[in-house]
Ligand binder design. Sequence first.
Ligand SMILES: CCCCCCCCCCCCCCCC(=O)SCCNC(=O)CCNC(=O)[C@H](O)C(C)(C)COP(=O)(O)OP(=O)(O)OC[C@H]1O[C@@H](n2cnc3c(N)ncnc32)[C@H](O)[C@@H]1OP(=O)(O)O
Ligand SMILES: CCCCCCCC/C=C\CCCCCCCC(=O)OC[C@@H](O)COP(=O)(O)O
Length: 292
Amino acid sequence: MSSNVVKAASPLASAVTGAMELSVAQWLLVVCLVAFPLLYEWSVSFKYFCKMAFYNGWILTLAILAIPICAVRGRNVENMKVLQFMLLHIKYLYGIKIEVRGWENFNIKEPYVVVSNHQSSLDLLGMMEILPSRCVPIAKRELMYAGTAGLACWLAGVIFINRKKTDDAISVMTEAAETMLKEDVRVWVFPEGTRNHSGSLLPFKRGAFHLAVKAQVPVIPVVMSSYKDFYCKKERKFTTGKCTVRILPGVHTKGLSSDDVPELADRVRGMMLEAFSQMSSERPGKGPGGVH
Ligand SMILES: CCCCCCCCCCCCCCCC(=O)SCCNC(=O)CCNC(=O)[C@H](O)C(C)(C)COP(=O)(O)OP(=O)(O)OC[C@H]1O[C@@H](n2cnc3c(N)ncnc32)[C@H](O)[C@@H]1OP(=O)(O)O
Ligand SMILES: CCCCCCCC/C=C\CCCCCCCC(=O)OC[C@@H](O)COP(=O)(O)O
């Protein structure tokens, strides 16, 4: 009888003994493996932080793969295709559906300047969905130091500007106007100059429009609909959702001079704001007039 009890208790006893033999690191691992999925499901903020951390971490990892491929060509705008190809699947990982309207407005052979609204680093998804060939973004200089992502951007010809030194930024953009024409390159600018998730558009910086006027090329506005239904940094919300990207008709700059830049910038901003408001009022369950 007593030997039976010992036998019956032995699996439990060995489990307890085994558990006691776990090192602190192993215990931590077990706790994390149990706590992580629970927290992920229960806490909206935790989910938000995980998703954002994975987003950045995944891009840094993909860049490790992209760097040697891009390095074969050296610094070259064609490398932007490599980055685009590598980033296109991310929308599926996050369950973000992207609908594109106005493709025909990109049917221009000559170089042009794309200007688009800038809500978050998630804009990268919409940008990669429609990025025209030989098109490079203008980015803040700090991005060049974002580890592997910075190096990948540099290899793909991303134009870096120092926003704190207007004169330097202007001279980089003046050089870009020459490069656009000489090397048949398109440039993508976020004219708000910073991320803006206010549900409207910030006043526009003038650089993109000076660039287009200097090169005498069209400006093509692109508007990404509000992410509010699925993403909000303030509320730490990040769910699945849908985004519409609208490519608007190009605005010509032939014959314009730098004196016309303020009016051009205002006109383009007006077009974008109208499209943004329209798209916001189309959001399911939302009435018109959601944008101020
Ligand atoms: C697989 C692995 C993947 C790895 C990963 C891949 C990622 C691959 C995608 C990356 C994607 C990145 C995306 C980043 C996104 C951002 O980094 S957004 C931040 C950077 N972008 C910008 O700042 C937008 C461009 N900025 C501008 O255009 C600004 O005008 C400037 C040039 C910086 C100057 O800024 P400012 O002094 O604050 O503003 P502003 O009032 O516009 O200008 C001052 C005066 O200069 C004049 N001016 C401005 N520009 C010019 C000019 N070009 N010529 C003559 N006069 C000018 C203005 O007219 C104004 O004069 P007034 O009209 O007052 O007389
Ligand atoms: C060893 C160094 C490690 C650095 C780690 C950096 C982490 C960054 C990781 C991945 C980079 C993802 C690239 C996404 C590009 C999105 C560009 C973007 O959204 O930039 C913000 C800029 O438009 C405006 O900046 P502010 O709103 O003025 O601020």
